[in-house]
Design a protein. Structure first.
Length: 130
C-alpha cells in the first residue's frame, strides 16, 4: 500500500511537471523546458538526469528494471520521451530527437507499453497540443 501510494504521488508530480514543460518545449521550442521534461523523466525512473538521458536505450531499460518501478511508470516515460523527440526535432536537434525516440521505443518494448498510447492523466495536455 505504501509503495503504491508513493508511486501515485511520483506519477502525479511527473504529470504536473511534464504537462507544463512539454507544452513549452513543443509549442515554443523552449530548450529549457525540454530539459525540465528530461529531469522529470529521470526522477520518474529514479536516476540522475544527466545519467539517464545519456544512457543508450537498452541501458536505460536495464536501469529501470533494476529500480523495480519500470512496469508502473513505463507508459509515462515512453510517452514523454517520444513527444520530447518531436520537440527536439522541431528545434533542429535531430540527433537528440532520435535518441529520445529510441529510448521511448526501448522502454515501451521492454515493459509492454505502447509508445503512441497517451496516459489518461496526459490526455488533456495532448488535446492542448493539437
Amino acid at each position: 500500500m505504501l509503495h503504491r501510494d508513493y508511486l501515485l504521488e511520483v506519477i502525479e508530480q511527473f504529470v504536473s511537471t511534464v504537462s507544463q514543460a512539454l507544452a513549452r518545449a513543443l509549442l515554443e521550442r523552449d530548450l529549457e523546458a525540454a530539459t525540465e521534461v528530461e529531469e522529470a523523466v529521470a526522477e520518474l525512473v529514479q536516476l540522475d538526469p544527466d545519467t539517464a538521458m545519456s544512457l543508450s536505450p537498452d541501458s536505460l531499460v536495464i536501469m529501470m528494471q533494476l529500480s523495480g518501478t519500470g512496469d508502473a511508470v513505463a507508459g509515462y516515460a515512453a510517452y514523454a520521451l517520444n513527444r520530447l523527440g518531436e520537440a527536439y526535432e522541431r528545434m533542429g536537434d535531430v540527433g537528440t530527437a532520435n535518441m529520445r525516440r529510441d529510448q521511448a521505443e526501448a522502454i515501451a518494448d521492454a515493459f509492454g507499453a505502447d509508445v503512441d498510447e497517451i496516459p489518461e492523466e496526459l490526455r488533456e495536455l495532448e488535446a492542448h497540443l493539437h
